[in-house]
Design a protein around this ligand. Structure first.
Ligand code: G3P
Ligand code: CA
Length: 298
């Protein structure tokens, strides 16, 4: 039995609260009450685009790998095809992470929004990373959510470049609702929606005020109260933060009247993980979740 299937079986026997995270403090930070509270324990570890140092980013393989390694939380990037399907891909072109140039040589610059879902479904999204992953696909959002559910995982969902895709927030929420992710349990325990676009985060908050949201960026301390009106998290690159900045975030309350949180990214080495853990961040988003877990457990 694979580690993932074993984890699923354990969860079925013991209940979802018993699943996978190996460290007692990380487990504590993952309790249902974690949405509402800021833990002073170790930060939550979030597998960035899945366990993307070990499997091709934003594919089933990447989230399965994270699950096999014992990580509940994964992160993704959501964009829209020419014919209106939501798909999981980071760049606004398909060039870096698929064989699109080879399959469609005359379609430069290979923008996500210039290809239909059927065309994208033919692309190989794994070989660029390793021949071992040949045949991995760019998942649709619906497929992806079903896979995250199957793996008993939780999601930091990112609307990527939403300015390119008017109305994507409502459309994304519709897919989340249809895949069972907007019921009380999922909203309370399993989902954060984030974006670099403050307008997009505001739109999500307006459409579904119950959902936990995150703004990607580093507003000034003076600006933080404005962001705290619609965002539960301020998710800043690790190069831009300090202990004082994290304290300033924690001194405020978000739209749910709980302390504002910070998930920092993209931390892939032990020294940086220990540094930001020392600042008191609530989450660390990483391509190497095993490295971060070990660093903050030591
Ligand atoms: O979740 C944080 C991180 O994903 C933001 O940057 O460019 O990797 O989407 P990016
Ligand atoms: Ca992202």
């Amino acid at each position: 039995m694979s580690a993932r299937l074993a984890a699923a079986a354990t969860a079925a026997l013991l209940g979802a609260g018993a699943l996978v995270l190996p460290s007692a403090t990380a487990h504590a930070a993952d309790k249902p009450s974690a949405r509402a509270s800021v833990s002073h324990d170790r930060p939550l570890v979030v597998a960035h685009r899945g366990a993307s140092a070990y499997a091709p980013e934003n594919t089933f393989a990447a989230i399965d790998k994270a699950a096999d390694m014992g990580f509940r939380w994964v992160e993704n990037d959501v964009q829209r095809t020419k014919d209106g399907e939501l798909v999981i891909v980071h760049d606004d072109t398909l060039k870096r992470t698929t064989n699109v140039e080879e399959r469609f040589p005359d379609r430069a610059p290979w923008k996500v929004g210039d290809f239909t879902a059927a065309e994208i479904a033919t692309l190989d999204a794994g070989s660029w990373f390793s021949p071992k992953y040949a045949g991995q696909r760019v998942p649709t959002l619906k497929q992806y959510m079903n896979r995250v559910s199957r793996n008993h995982q939780k999601l930091v969902f990112e609307f990527k470049k939403p300015e390119l895709y008017p109305g994507i927030e409502k459309q994304g929420l519709d897919v989340l609702r249809k895949t069972g992710w907007l019921d009380k349990h999922h909203v309370k325990n399993k989902l954060v929606i984030q974006s670099f676009s403050a307008d997009s985060v505001k739109t999500v908050h307006k459409l579904r005020p119950d959902i936990k949201t995150g703004f990607l960026g580093t507003p000034t301390v003076a600006e933080l109260p404005e962001y705290a009106k619609f965002s539960d998290q301020i998710n800043s690159t690790h190069t831009s933060i300090s202990k004082e900045y994290v304290s300033a975030i924690h001194s405020l309350k978000g739209p749910h009247r709980k302390r504002l949180e910070i998930f920092t990214w993209t931390v892939n080495d032990a020294a940086t993980a220990q540094r930001v853990a020392g600042f008191g961040v609530n989450g660390i988003i990483t391509n190497t979740p095993d490295v971060v877990r070990k660093a903050i457990s030591d």
